[in-house]
Design a protein around this ligand. Structure first.
Ligand SMILES: C[S@@+](CC[C@H](N)C(=O)[O-])C[C@H]1O[C@@H](n2cnc3c(N)ncnc32)[C@H](O)[C@@H]1O
Length: 450
């Protein structure tokens, strides 16, 4: 009895701790609760009670991402990443992975180049003017604050690299060699794509991004929910594909509706490496980034520019969505007719050849399958064809798609007598900025004819 007391007390302590932390699982990390807070009277145990310090790891086990589908896709991915697969060169998936890691790895140095340029430019301000600026707003101190926060972001970037090396099974020495070769060849580490990936965290996985997500998600989620009312019936889960998914939040929101098998797809290795980090670091608000510290324009205040954004705003359940990495038009070769719906969200205008996107969508859907689009028509630098909305609809119909009617609560019709609707959707990452980046985005549902 004497021996059992402490053990029993320890157990009680555990359950007391558990009940104390359970309602607050948002901060999904290991929590240490002061013993005095929970060690109240323990009936039947005479003092002194041996106190065991108990560390509880409160973690939602549903956040584990292993599933047969995930395991199989990872094997395929690792096969594609093998150096011996295909032709080695800048377009090889492993080369693109290493290039992206080179970018994350050199985050600080690349951004310090910019900061040092700004410091140098400030030297052009006259002594008199500098005196005024320094005495009123201590302008120079902004340089050191920015440098400090770039270093914070750099630490995050190093953890992103570590997670990626682990996930993709790449040795550090291989990355080091890749970087050495790149530097020898005068290739600088990519800066913009790294910055974009970090900013995309705001759009997809922070509370601040809710406004942007609200422009599109309710319509897309409600549409899918309505199109597949019996999705858990005899046919099994409705299969949804989201190409050009960025950091994948839409797919995760969709998983919340239940009854869908969700596949996302993304080509950019900067996005994919960031997503792998999110998959591994699932605890709510446990991570943070200073996404706006690398851009000095459009800020109301320094506080805005230097603000920290915590992420993720909700636990990331990696098992809910399968990410298939690579080019949408090539990685689903064996999936003809497989998906019940394909959702192109801010995607179709990224195509080099938009007709190939349409061909792929058509091929991957079965007769009766749905193509749901929401996004702008912002063509890049060298697309093979650049179609107007009317041209897109004409081509889609000629390919065998039929445009469906949609509720007018989703915005006005873009063309008289047409079936496409449009409304403004922000794609700007920074809700506090003195600039706005938004598009009159176009929404349609098209069904593949039998
Ligand atoms: C404008 S972003 C939109 C991302 C996300 N849908 C969103 O709205 O936040 C377009 C995404 O498509 C990806 N992408 C471009 N071409 C692609 C391709 N051929 N296959 C797969 N993804 C592609 C880009 O890397 C980028 O992440």
């Amino acid at each position: 009895m004497l021996l059992q007391g402490p053990i029993w007390a320890g157990l009680l302590l555990s359950s007391a701790l558990a009940s104390k932390v359970a309602p607050d699982t948002e901060n999904d990390a290991t929590k240490l609760v002061p013993v005095e807070d929970v060690l109240v009277e323990i009936p039947g145990v005479d003092p002194p009670v041996e106190v065991h310090q108990v560390f509880l790891t409160v973690q939602d086990l549903a956040t584990r991402k292993e599933s047969p589908r995930h395991t199989q896709e990872k094997n395929v991915l690792l096969g594609r990443l093998d150096r011996g697969h295909g032709t080695w060169g800048p377009n090889h998936p492993r080369h693109r992975l290493l290039d992206s890691l080179y970018g994350f790895q050199n985050y600080f140095d690349r951004n310090m180049e910019d900061l040092n340029r700004l410091k140098k430019l400030y030297k052009n301000v006259s002594r008199q003017q500098k005196k005024l600026v320094e005495s009123t707003i201590q302008y120079s101190s902004k340089f050191s604050k920015v440098e400090h926060l770039l270093a914070e972001n750099h630490r995050l970037c190093q953890r992103i690299v570590d997670t990626a090396l682990d996930f993709y099974g790449v040795e550090r020495s291989e990355l080091d060699d890749h970087i050495k070769t790149a530097e020898k060849n005068g290739k600088v580490a990519e800066k913009v794509s790294v910055s974009q990936a970090l900013k995309h965290v705001v759009r997809d996985w922070s509370a601040e991004g809710l406004g942007e997500r609200k422009d599109a998600f309710p319509c897309l989620l409600e549409t899918l929910d309505g199109l597949f009312p019996d999705r858990e019936g005899a046919k099994g889960l409705a299969k949804i594909l989201l190409p050009g998914a960025g950091l994948g939040r839409l797919g995760h929101e969709l998983s919340g509706l239940g009854g869908f098998e969700i596949t996302s797809n993304e080509w950019s290795m900067y996005m994919n490496v960031m997503y792998r980090f999110l998959e591994e670091h699932t605890a709510t608000a446990a991570e943070s980034v200073y996404p706006f510290v690398d851009y000095w324009s459009h800020h109301v205040s320094n506080a805005d520019m230097l603000r920290k954004v915590s992420f993720p705003d909700t636990p990331v359940n990696g098992s809910a969505v399968l990410l298939v990495e690579g080019d949408f038009t090539t990685v689903f070769q064996d999936k003809a007719g497989y998906f019940d719906a394909i959702v192109t969200h801010f995607f179709i205008d990224t195509a080099r050849n938009i007709i190939s996107y349409f061909d792929t969508i058509h091929k991957l859907l079965p007769p009766g399958g749905y193509w749901i689009n929401f996004g702008p028509l912002l063509y890049g630098t060298a697309p093979f064809v650049q179609l107007s909305l009317e041209e897109i609809i004409a081509v889609a119909e000629a390919m065998g798609f039929e445009l469906l009617d949609t509720p007018d609560k989703w915005g006005g019709l873009t063309t008289e007598g047409g079936k496409v609707r449009g409304w403004e959707a922000v794609y700007g990452f920074n809700e506090r900025a003195l600039t706005k980046n938004a598009y009159q985005s176009q929404f349609w549902i098209a069904r593949k004819r039998a």
